[in-house]
Design a protein around this ligand. Structure first.
Ligand SMILES: Cc1cc2nc3c(=O)[nH]c(=O)nc-3n(C[C@H](O)[C@H](O)[C@H](O)COP(=O)(O)OP(=O)(O)OC[C@H]3O[C@@H](n4cnc5c(N)ncnc54)[C@H](O)[C@@H]3O)c2cc1C
Length: 408
């Protein structure tokens, strides 16, 4: 297993549970990459992926760098132009419904698969089963969700539309600056994503899984095996899984595997609540595109997306743009850290991950591109790929997540 994020760690654990001898390699500790910094929402309820904006006003605000939802580095746009065009095409209403249907088997099992691993890993304390809340500051922004709510009703995905008072009853510390809220009751959330991945890794180690320090870019063929160089010497395996999140291309490109994996960068920062204000579940301010997530470290504010090179210097301007709205909604005190955290969501333009064999490479498997949903989908990805690798019947049709959709 190359990569000990939530995806790689969950796969390693699923394989170890099936009696496979597994080494889980990372150059950092488990969960210290992208999986460290998310909003902690396990959104089994998710239907539509984040979409390219359809209306001119939103696009203009983004273009003028006034939107808290999105930011970009101008110099990066030519490099992602083709990806953005494909993302835009996949954001047409009919394609969004298609994506929702293709992703449903994974989301439908997302919560139960976490619950199973959480129970085994004795990590119950991090899991909160009280859903999450989206608040809408205007009737217009609430109305924009109509199609999603309609589809949710058709699929029997539970949610409750609330007026301001009912939302206050759930989260009394929210200021009354919004008009409506939707409580997605079936979602669960995590109060420390790093600790959760570490707990899964500890469970993997308890099942005799090996945690190895090394650089995945040393991967090469040493027939009949794959080989990586590690601090304790070369390590050979008949099968290797690339689960390096936004770094997956670093290993795949030298092998001649070109996948349209781009990054949507995102920031977070923790704040101490003022007085005795508190939140008991994550809250998304739909009009401003950020999330307030109660974490062990404080209230974590996570931003929307930034189109910039993965390794470019941080430019956390979105935090500056959204802070007035966030302070209006909730009594935020001082920041906990000196600097915001920066991560990079690994994204394919059709918002589906790749969970499959690699094209034309015997024994090479891929599990990457989980975009906005990697925390949610880690364990269910672990189940699916472990079933495929061990020759068991996969719990769902894996074709929608095949790399071949990009290589044909
Ligand atoms: C601001 C923000 C908010 C988010 N909120 C949510 C949310 O609420 N819910 C949700 O489901 N998802 C959310 N996400 C998305 C989620 O965090 C990611 O999809 C997920 O963490 C990806 O996991 P991963 O295991 O694929 O990648 P990673 O966690 O990045 O793991 C990849 C690993 O590979 C290792 N690695 C890289 N290169 C090498 C190398 N050369 N050698 C060895 N090791 C290497 C890294 O150290 C890392 O540990 C959010 C993301 C962001 C940025």
């Amino acid at each position: 297993m190359l990569g000990a994020g939530i995806v790689g760690t969950s796969i390693a654990l699923h394989l170890a549970k099936r009696g496979v001898a597994v080494a889980l390699l990372d150059r950092r500790g488990p969960g210290e990459g992208t999986s460290y910094g998310n909003a902690g929402i396990i959104e089994g309820n998710t239907l539509f992926p984040a979409a390219f904006p359809a209306d001119v006003a939103t696009l203009l605000r983004i273009a003028l760098k006034r939107s808290p939802q999105a930011n970009y580095h101008l110099s990066h746009l030519p490099r992602v132009a083709a990806w953005l065009a494909a993302f835009r095409a996949a954001s047409q209403p009919a394609r969004l419904v298609e994506t929702a249907q293709l992703m449903r088997p994974l989301f439908a099992r997302a919560v139960v698969e976490h619950e199973a691993l959480v129970a085994e890993a004795a990590a119950e304390r991090y899991l909160h089963r009280n859903g999450w809340l989206k608040v809408y500051r205007s009737e217009a922004s609430f109305a924009a969700q109509a199609a999603e709510l309609e589809l949710a009703a058709r699929l029997g995905i539970t949610n409750v539309t609330l007026d301001r008072d009912a939302a206050h009853a759930l989260e009394p510390a929210l200021a009354g600056v919004f008009r409506r809220a939707v409580h997605w009751t079936g979602a669960v959330s995590v109060s420390n994503p790093l600790a959760l991945t570490r707990a899964y890794a500890a469970r993997f180690a308890a099942l005799r899984g090996l945690l190895i320090d090394g650089d995945a870019r040393t991967l090469h063929r040493a027939d009949p095996y794959w080989r990586v160089e590690t601090a304790s010497g070369p390590l050979d395996a008949a099968d290797v899984v690339v689960a390096l999140g936004p770094w997956s291309g670093d290993v795949l490109a030298p092998l001649g595997i070109k996948l349209p994996l781009a990054v949507k960068r995102g920031y977070h920062r923790h704040f101490r609540p003022r007085g005795n204000a508190g939140l008991s579940r994550p809250v998304l301010d739909a009009d401003n595109g950020y999330c307030l997530a109660p974490m062990e470290q404080g209230i974590r504010i996570t931003t929307g997306v930034e189109f910039a090179a993965r390794d470019a210097a941080p430019t956390p301007v979105q935090l500056g743009r959204l802070m007035p709205a966030a302070r209006e909604l909730f009594a935020l005190g001082e920041p906990v850290e000196a600097q915001p955290w920066l991560g990079a969501r690994p994204c394919f333009p059709d918002s589906r991950p790749v969970i499959s064999r690699a094209p034309r490479q015997r024994g090479l498997w891929l599990a990457c591109g989980h975009a906005h949903w990697g925390l949610t989908l880690g364990p269910v990805t672990g189940r699916l790929i472990a079933e495929m690798m061990t020759g068991a019947t996969p719990f769902c049709d894996p074709m929608p997540y095949s790399a071949e959709r990009f290589t044909h």
